[in-house]
Design a protein around this ligand. Sequence first.
Ligand code: PMP
Length: 357
Amino acid sequence: MTQTARFPTTLTRSPKPRQPDSALAFGKTFTDHMFLMDYEEGKGWHDPRIVPYGPLSMDPATTVLHYAQAVFDGLKAYRGADGTIRLFRAQRHAERLGKSCAGLCIPPIPADLVRQSFEAIVGVDHDWVPRTEGTSLYIRPTVIATDVMLGVHPSHSYTYFVICSPVGAYYKEGVKPVRILATDTHVRAVQGGLGESKAAANYAASLSAQQEAERQGFTQVLWLDGVERRWIDEVGTMNIMMKIGDEVVTPPLAGTILDGVTRNSILTLLRDWGHNVSERRVSIEEVMQAGREGKLTEMWGTGTAAVVSPVGELGYKGDRISIGNGGTGELTQKLYDSIIGIQYGRLPDAHGWMSTV
Ligand code: PMP
């Protein structure tokens, strides 16, 4: 056993074979180690450690397997051309994990400890951070309920783990627009529900709508609110933004959508640049109408995986509008280039978003 910055570390005796950067997909291969920590009532969060990556052994009656008391987060480490490894907004991701925990009655883990767990696991597996431009190491912190019982109530014990996956460039041939379908038949989240937590259950709730959208030839689902079925929430696993006239509009953080770290970063840049930005309710009718009138010039999703994902076509109730001739808008491209530039250390990090490992 050796000691990393502050956590006991057991190194693997059988390092895994590595793939070339060009063969990397999303979330299919994992590094040699993982971070683990346990919670028991009375003891609190304890025994943080780094161990060889491997299966978790679980009783079939473990609560997470039945009632989905589980939350996670997702962020990336980037290797710059100078070889430096940087995490993007690690503290904000750590804080969001705490909020997600609170939403599911999971005892929150102190954000500083979560951030240190990211730094420690990336430090141990630093050689797994790929080197080609556009690639990164995806970091997946997760908390699961581990009581062995079938009663429906908050667990008394939990496991926190962090696993890491080297991922290929999201856009191998430049930023590419997607086609999205606004669904009025499926709902992802409602006020008072789990929408603003990064809860595993939210992703289970999204699957059938996603399958239906794909069946109709779309890439992602545009989620509408669960009551009136007209207010835009978010898109797939991204927040959504659109440029209508000279206003950049994005739905507010009002309880049903995730407080995206990319969303927050992009709003910050847009305000720095003096754009007219509104966090306000926006209905699907308003967007379809703006599209028909030629006022909807750009629309894009924001998220850790893609940074920005331009929307080239929007479908709703059998209607389809194309946005910006189906290409990538000027502002969308500028936002992408700016965030990527900061992440890979090419552009100044004016807001202190990056931390080195
Ligand atoms: N909404 C949902 C539902 C998501 O899963 C994600 C991805 N984490 C986002 C928005 C974007 O969040 P972020 O920019 O923090 O990745």
